[in-house]
Write a protein that binds this ligand. Structure first.
Ligand SMILES: Nc1ncnc2c1ncn2[C@@H]1O[C@H](COP(=O)(O)OP(=O)(O)O)[C@@H](O)[C@H]1O
Ligand SMILES: CC(C)(COP(=O)(O)O)[C@@H](O)C(=O)NCCC(=O)O
Length: 315
């Protein structure tokens, strides 16, 4: 018998190799659908959807079926009646990398597969502590760092949805007011798929003083995606988006950043670079980037938000 060839845990695809994995799956999104889900500064178009996200949705449809099969054998073994268990996908990556666009495109594609008509999406910013709470804890300059979230509530939320509980509610964050919206909630009611998008969704467990580890969010993920790009590129995207927001979101007198609406280009660039360097880049380097290898799939973007490489974990 020939010696077994050791398998690498990762498969690396060029964009062209990955695009071929679409096989003959027809594109179900129209240009109008894509324009609706595209985030500010993001360039996702029909070609990007066809070559990158359609093959990914095909792979995810296989995973959904296989996971349901695995669940069935377990319930058979236990002699239980099979319950509906949502398939949970985590999407991680830096501020300004375009996680929200990736999440929305995947939601639209997955919805069109026959076995997953109900796809819900939640962003972890709803679990940020309210500003007053952050201020009391000295964390107002640490928004997006792991400690700025109510991690217990976030974990409870995902565990409840995964366990098949009906009508599980989550708080809502507003980028406009830069705070949690008092009294607002989003209700998730037994979807086929739940997408959980946020900077820190792949954070590893910390070891407690009694040497046991806490549960983490990714314990409940069936699949995870890390959206990656070089740090210099992310900084540029963050600053460009800030300049665009000045003319759109910041122009609203309700916006927390309204005082930035009147800045000149040079002043706005300096302000954005300051926020990036003080908050978002240190968080990226210390907390977000180290979680990349924990993802099932890494999408690496080049200039213009185009995905250039795909890495799939197969072991
Ligand atoms: N200050 C802001 N005002 C209004 N919208 C914002 C602001 N900052 C970010 N956003 C929007 O919030 C969304 C999430 O942004 P972010 O957390 O950077 O993730 P990503 O770019 O990876 O999706 C994006 O659609 C972005 O355009
Ligand atoms: C709201 C965010 C923390 C992202 O949250 P996520 O949905 O990834 O949990 C981030 O977009 C942000 O606003 N960071 C703070 C930078 C600042 O203080 O302006």
């Amino acid at each position: 018998m020939p010696p077994a060839v050791p398998l690498s845990p990762y498969l690396d695809f060029s964009r062209a190799d990955w695009a071929a994995r679409r096989e003959d799956q027809p594109l179900s999104l129209t240009p109008g659908d894509i324009a609706r889900v595209r985030g500010l500064g993001d360039r996702v178009d029909l070609r990007e959807v066809e070559e990158v996200y359609l093959p990914l949705s095909r792979l995810l449809a296989f995973y959904v079926n296989a996971t349901a099969g695995l669940h069935r054998v377990t319930t058979d073994f236990l002699g239980e009646r099979p319950a509906k268990v949502p398939f949970v996908i985590g999407i991680a990556g830096s501020v300004a990398v375009g996680k929200s666009t990736t999440a929305r495109v995947l939601r639209e594609l997955l919805r069109r597969w026959p076995q997953t008509p109900r796809v819900d999406l939640i962003t972890t910013d709803g679990f940020l502590r309210p500003n007053a709470d952050l201020e009391a804890r000295g964390l107002l300059q640490r928004k997006g760092f792991p400690e700025s979230y109510d991690r217990r509530a976030l974990l409870r939320f995902v565990a409840d949805v995964k366990s098949g509980m009906p009508s599980v509610s989550a708080p809502v964050y507003s980028h406009l007011t830069y705070d949690i919206v008092p009294g607002a909630e989003i209700v998730i009611d037994q979807p086929d798929v739940l997408i959980v998008e946020g900077l820190n969704v792949l954070q590893p467990a910390v070891v407690r003083s009694d040497q046991r580890t806490r549960q983490v969010l990714s314990d409940y993920f069936d699949f995870s995606v890390y959206v990656d790009a070089p740090v210099d590129q992310l900084r540029t995207w963050y600053i460009e988006r800030f300049l665009d927001l000045r003319e759109t979101a910041f122009a609203d007198p309700e916006s927390y950043f309204h005082r930035y609406a009147a800045l000149t280009d040079a002043e706005a660039e300096e302000t954005a670079a300051g926020i990036w360097e003080r908050i978002n880049e240190p968080n990226l380097i210390k907390n977000v980037m180290p979680t990349k290898d924990r993802a099932t799939l890494v999408l690496t973007k080049g200039e213009d938000h185009a995905v250039t490489n795909i890495r799939l974990r197969r072991l």
